[in-house]
Design a protein around this ligand. Sequence first.
Ligand code: SF4
Ligand code: SF4
Length: 235
Amino acid sequence: MSDSHSHWSIDELYRSFNAPIGALDCGQECAPYNENGAPFCCDTQHSIPAAYTAEWEYLQSHTDLWHQWQPENFELGETLHQQTPEDMLLLECRGHAHCQRSYRTIACRAFPFFPYINRSGEFLGLSYYWEYEDRCWVLSHLDCISAEYRQQFIKTFEVLLATYPAEGENFAAYSAEMRQIFAQHRRAIPLLHRNGNAYKISPASERMRRCDPADFRQFEPYAIAAQLRFPDEYE
Ligand code: SF4
Ligand code: SF4
């Protein structure tokens, strides 16, 4: 990747964000829980990758893996298109059996994480799309995320947030929504910080408590002891 944030290519971006999330193939862990046997993030019934226009141009000229996502009905299509940023579009691949690792979108590589941005506008590190806690195995195993993946994620989003300021605003809004929802549920926000440590963030005060990533909560169907009181709950 170029040192300059203003000069990068999709090819460079893809090559510098290619580390697997961890040593284990997490798709093997979650797929048995999906009725069609696909990993949840590779099934458009659960998650539809949004790609930057520049990515779509690059992918079209390099692979036949992708096509534009076609909604099952008009209403769903309208809703999701309205939620999709202007310089992005929704894609669908030919399915997990045909995956081409080098042509995965940034969305494929980043899932289930997003860049967490605090109230001061700082990109602190990785948090996750909490609505997948009941499906994504990774969210119950945050101690499995490799340091290499974390660093590649951070470098990639530094470039993307500098290139697409509107994306920074979207992720800041999503982070704010997470604080609001987690505060309502009296939950701490899990953070894999860019400094290499893990923290639990109090959503109201944004106070950060360092923790062992193995202490983060697990969720059904992956929870070992779902009935126990979880350590990320706070008084
Ligand atoms: S990231 Fe989550 S949903 Fe995607 S394959 Fe891994 S465990 Fe499954
Ligand atoms: S390209 Fe690969 S990782 Fe991305 S949605 Fe398709 S099967 Fe999943």
